[in-house]
Design a protein around this ligand. Sequence first.
Ligand SMILES: [Zn+2]
Length: 253
Amino acid sequence: MSIEKTLAIVLDRIPFRETSSIAALLTRSLGRVSAIAKGVRRSPQSALVLERGLLVEIVLYVKPNRDLHTAGQVSVAAYYPSIRGDLGKLALRDAALELILRSVPAPETQTELFDFAREFLDRLEAADAATLPVHELWRFFLGWAQHLGFMLNLRTCLRCGSESVAAEGGSLAIDRGGLLCRNCGGASASGFIPGPAVSYLLADSSPGSDRFSEPLPGAVQKRLTRLFADYCRFHLEIRSALKAIGFLESVFF
Ligand SMILES: [Zn+2]
């Protein structure tokens, strides 16, 4: 057994026996792991620190070749109050956490995956909640797929190579990982990604350089959210629909 102190995002938590919990974690140094927190439900205060969506610093007693480790001391590194206080942001966060839960093969060690997920939470926390910041979820979905080896090419048409798709949009060919321009049989209206959405997703992701200048109609936002979720499901081999997307659709679009 070894002892590891790491940052972790709490993906989910389920009760275990009388007083304990098992938390699913995306950790910075160990990848996706589960940790049992013994006796944590005896005190409401200690139960709170392993709440879903929090960024925590946690000590793990790691058993080699096992997926379930034991949690030691836990402290909260980020509460994300804006996300926790906004139903729309919560729904977007939960969609991202669900994708992580259902797609990362545990226990891989990929610090860039952790850093990318943390960056998503930071961006969601800072986003203006006046309109649902659903574009942050799109960026997360596509970036997550990219980190797992399935980059979506938004720069050129799959067939003719035209760069017009970046400005004018194109139809998503999910299985081929790219777009078809209007001239090349962008026949599927349901798969069309409008130019402003493509430009946004191509923009530099550093803060301030990524304003989503033209808000898209709700129906288009809904369609694109499902489209990008389907892109992830196809490539990451997730069979059933993401529950959080169903919730988003029923409440926000
Ligand atoms: Zn083309």
